[in-house]
Write a protein that binds this ligand. Structure first.
Ligand code: TYD
Ligand code: MG
Length: 459
């Protein structure tokens, strides 16, 4: 007889174990294990196959499967969102939209209802706001589609039942953390609830072929709460990010079963909701000095995402016996090594000079691929010559002054291209084994030493 086994689930990452732990062995967080009983575990068989259904008739050869009606895509009316989705919402797909509270997830989803509502019926389920609140927001955003229906509800089973009965063409769930299933003992927003609700919504979406857009909040570390449990369930994970006090928002695809994840969408938060930013480099160039020396743009990979960052270095005559050197957002010792490489290998001396280095935007960079941009910023600051604004560089700098290859160069160059950069300087070793398809329009310059890179950039 199978026992109703208790499992302990980490509320941060979804790691499961049969014994309680003080610290999660997977994500390293303390005191995050919750006791849960998995749904239906009591009915699970003990592993015997004789009692299982016979599904051998359901096995087909791949060429016999009828797929003449290719995936149907519906445009959301937002070019940026469509691009990130790979061309629009695919029928029957499950899309997770993650982001910090207040970043604009509800705003974006409500806004796309206007264009989607022209041809489709939409059910917007909110567990966070009352109908009146949504109506007020919709009025401000100019959303008044007659095909938009609102429901304020947190009971996931009731929502799925209503969806099955009313059969709207698109469903929006805001947010998964407010949904709950009464049969699951843990609180709303816990990993178990999130997983079970996602599963329930997925079954409804797939069986009725209704696309669902689901809002998911991120936890303090920036991960979508219960990411591991949700990411494999949904077809598409989009992440909305940006500084709350800056008007710009970037929408990134982290996972997409129906398209590429290299695309990003850029929006600006205005008094009338989100506006698409047609030329995203506009965002990077906001406030970026055009003709100041000591500035260089690099492309980092943050987690699985490429991110463009500006490195700034200020090199001035010191009024102290021991020059001041500071680095914010970058490892101080790494900066000291790069200065030493510039002195020893290139003959550029920083003795008697203060060096202040900073990564713009409050970012912390620990990837070696930033080395070249840091070295270039230092060099540019020293000789007081500007790095051309359309140039971006990345590469690891070795102690002999050589440029070493870095990973995922294609993704970095694609991001540079997306953001309007025309020239990328990168390690020659990386360039020689790169797949250049899709990277047309960007001039790629390979350099094997920092000397070559400096010459290519500054002439
Ligand atoms: P919201 O979509 O509610 O965020 P989320 O659902 O991700 O938690 O966004 C709310 C923020 O956006 C709020 O701080 C106010 C701002 N905002 C505007 O600046 N203009 C607008 O037209 C709207 C609707 C919101
Ligand atoms: Mg919201």
């Amino acid at each position: 007889m199978a026992k109703n086994k208790t499992v302990y689930v980490c509320s941060e990452c979804g790691y499961e174990t049969s014994k309680w732990n003080g610290r999660c062995p997977d994500c390293g967080q303390w005191n995050t294990f919750e006791e849960t009983v998995p749904l239906g575990s009591s009915q699970r068989s003990s592993g015997s196959v004789s009692s299982a259904r016979d599904v051998s008739d359901n096995i087909f050869e791949i060429n016999d499967i009828d797929a003449t009606d290719t995936e149907t895509r519906w445009s959301t009316g937002s070019g940026e969102l469509d691009r990130v989705l790979g061309g629009g919402v695919v029928k029957g797909s499950l899309i997770l939209l993650g982001g910090e509270p207040g970043i604009g997830k509800s705003t974006l989803l409500l806004q796309i209802c206007q264009a989607l509502g022209d041809d489709h019926t939409i059910l917007y389920v909110s567990g966070e706001e009352s109908l009146r609140q949504i109506k007020l927001r919709a009025r401000r955003l100019g959303v008044d589609s007659g095909n938009l229906y609102l429901l304020s509800e947190t009971d996931c089973e009731a929502v799925c039942k209503a969806v099955a009965k009313e059969k709207p063409e698109i469903v929006i769930i805001d947010s998964i953390q407010t949904m709950n299933i009464s049969g699951v003992s843990s609180a709303s927003g816990s990993v178990t609830q999130v997983r079970e609700c996602s599963n329930m919504l997925m079954k409804t979406a797939k069986s009725l072929e209704i696309p669902m857009l689901i809002v998911g909040h991120v936890n303090k570390d920036g991960a979508i709460a219960g990411p591991k449990v949700m990411e494999h369930i949904v077809d598409c994970v989009l992440y909305f990010e940006g500084e709350k006090n800056m008007p710009y928002r970037i929408l990134r695809g982290i996972k997409n079963r129906f398209g590429s994840t290299n695309e990003i969408g850029v929006f600006e938060m205005t008094g009338k909701g989100l506006r698409e930013v047609a030329n995203p480099s506009e965002m990077l160039l906001t406030g970026r000095p055009q003709d100041a020396s000591g500035c260089c743009v690099a492309c980092m990979i943050e987690g699985s995402r490429p991110l463009l960052t500006e490195v700034q270095a200020l090199v001035t005559k010191s009024s102290f016996n021991v020059p001041r050197r500071t680095a914010s957002g970058f490892d101080y010792n790494r900066m000291a090594i790069l200065i030493a490489v510039l002195e020893k290998r290139m003959g550029y001396y920083f003795g008697g000079l203060d060096v202040y280095m900073s990564i713009v935007g409050g970012l912390e960079i620990d990837e070696p691929a930033a080395d070249l941009a840091v070295a270039l910023a230092l060099y540019s600051g020293l000789i007081d010559k500007v790095v051309p604004a359309d140039t971006l560089c990345f590469g690891e700098v070795g102690l002999a002054g050589e440029l070493r290859g870095v990973q995922r160069a294609e993704q970095r160059v694609l991001e540079a291209k997306r953001l309007g950069f025309g020239r990328v300087v990168l390690p020659a070793a990386t360039l020689s084994r790169m797949d250049r398809s899709g990277l047309e329009g960007v001039k790629l310059i390979g350099a094997s030493t920092i000397g070559e890179a400096f010459k290519a950039v500054m002439g």
